[in-house]
Design a protein around this ligand. Structure first.
Ligand code: 13P
Ligand code: SF4
Length: 438
């Protein structure tokens, strides 16, 4: 892609020169040398997800060659730029907002997970889509792009601990219990007893489950629209894996909390009585994001005390009491838009991943922007993408070698695409993801 053809709404100007006002971080090792955590150590590494165990079926990153681990930042920068130049139109790089600036600067498109899913469809001419984000995002890009395009995840250890909290076996087991309880017959209005809705943050297998059972995918930017669609077709919704996005969205739609029981996959009937489930409107899977669950109402109180008039905006993956105490909540892109749309200098306390917060602070110096959580914990899995891995996969591509390809088997992808396309059809086409400066 020609870089100059991107819309430069979200420029990353000289990101390497920016030092963010970080109070303290829970780990510096992950940012400097994420390869230390590849291979043998079976955790996602330090950070918010320190104790998460990588599921045995998750892809594993092999050892990054020494030359990339030892290269200086400026050497890696030169090598990445040279490889991008050589690959030209054959390559497109997508970057999620939570990626560190050292990586975002190379992305052709930067956006939230919905925008990046759209972006994956917009470059059918590119041979390779390098996805600087996490595993479920790369899977989605693979399913929405052309079959002959390769989607590459520079570090295979970049998973999502929330996505791993629901797997096909336990969702199928839950579904069987619900079918036994409710039967499978639609009601007089043609609505099936339960309709599955999955957050984008899940495996392709779960997206396929939704496609196969009349369900749909949602992201944090369209969850309310998707739930409305689901209630036209289902008497109840089984929402996985993020309980918080499900609860916050359903509550804003006026559904009482008593009608949103939690489904704990380790307990019979998810831990609820048959009567509670019969009265339910939304069954919430017991999943959460380790990064967003760190935000608290106390942090909001402190921000308000220290910055009178502060606008508090949080991501809907935060717990309900935090969303309720905030002034606004929304997806990563809506947080960005709220800040950029503020005409008067404003103090913003933001409850989402710190890389995005720091970038927004650097790009909007007229505002005071800070992360609600004074102990800065980045998303440890997003952090697994370091320029060293990017240089490694790009230089291999230049030699004609495709490393770390994410390829969803067609048997799964076919059904998953149904659920994804249902979601994409609900939103008017293309606000394109914002383009980054190169
Ligand atoms: P967005 O859909 O807002 O980009 O969020 C993705 C994500 O993983 C947030 O934790
Ligand atoms: Fe997953 Fe949370 Fe990281 Fe998003 S921020 S990728 S939900 S662990």
């Amino acid at each position: 892609m020609n870089a100059s053809s991107s819309t430069l709404e979200f420029p990353v100007s000289d990101p390497l020169s920016y030092t963010a006002p970080v109070a303290s971080t829970c780990s510096s090792g992950l940012s400097a040398a994420p390869w230390t955590f590849d291979g043998g150590v079976h955790t996602y590494g330090p950070g918010a997800s320190l104790l998460d165990i990588i599921p045995s079926a998750a892809p594993r990153q092999g050892e990054l060659p020494d030359e990339y681990r030892r290269a200086s930042a400026s050497d890696l920068d030169l090598r990445i730029r040279a490889a991008k130049l050589a690959l030209g139109e054959r390559l497109v790089i997508l970057g999620h907002f939570y990626q560190r600036d050292e990586v975002v600067q190379y992305a052709d498109f930067v956006g939230d997970s919905f925008q990046l899913a759209q972006a994956a469809k917009t470059r059918p001419d590119a041979e390779a889509i390098v996805f600087c984000g996490v595993h479920f995002m790369a899977e989605t890009a693979d399913m929405l792009s052309r079959p002959d395009q390769s989607v590459i995840l520079p570090n295979l250890a970049a998973g999502c601990s929330m996505a791993d909290m629901a797997d096909l076996d336990s969702v199928t087991e839950c579904w069987e219990q619900l079918e036994e309880l409710f039967g499978t017959e639609p009601d007089a209005e043609g609505r099936q007893p339960v309709l599955p809705v999955t957050y984008m943050n899940c495996s392709a297998a779960l997206k396929a489950f939704c496609g196969e059972h009349g369900g749909v995918v949602c992201t944090s930017s369209n969850a309310a629209t998707v739930l409305k669609w689901a209630f036209e077709r289902g008497q109840r919704v089984l929402f996985f894996p993020d309980q918080h996005l499900g609860r916050n969205t359903a509550k804003a739609m006026g559904i009482p909390l008593e009608q949103m029981p939690m489904w704990d996959p380790r307990r019979p009937l998810g831990g609820s009585s048959a009567e509670t489930l019969r009265n339910a409107k939304v069954l919430l899977w017991h999943g959460f994001c380790s990064v967003h669950k760190r935000f608290t109402v106390d942090q909001i109180r402190q921000a308000r005390a220290q910055h009178p008039g502060v606008r508090v905006i949080v991501h809907p993956e935060c717990p309900m009491d935090v969303v309720d105490a905030a002034d606004e909540s929304g997806s990563t892109d809506s947080i960005r838009k709220a800040i950029e749309g503020a005409t008067e200098p404003t103090a913003f306390a933001i409850g989402t991943e710190v890389n995005l917060v720091q970038r927004l602070a650097a790009q909007n110096p007229r505002h005071t922007i800070f992360c609600l959580d004074p102990v800065i914990c980045p998303c440890s899995t997003m952090y697994r993408i370091h320029p060293g891995y990017l240089a490694w996969v790009l230089e291999a591509l230049e030699r004609g070698e495709v490393l770390n390809r994410i390829a969803v088997p067609e048997a799964t992808a076919a059904n998953a695409r149904i659920a994804l396309e249902r979601m994409l059809a609900l939103k008017p086409p293309a606000q394109p993801a914002t383009g980054a400066a190169l």
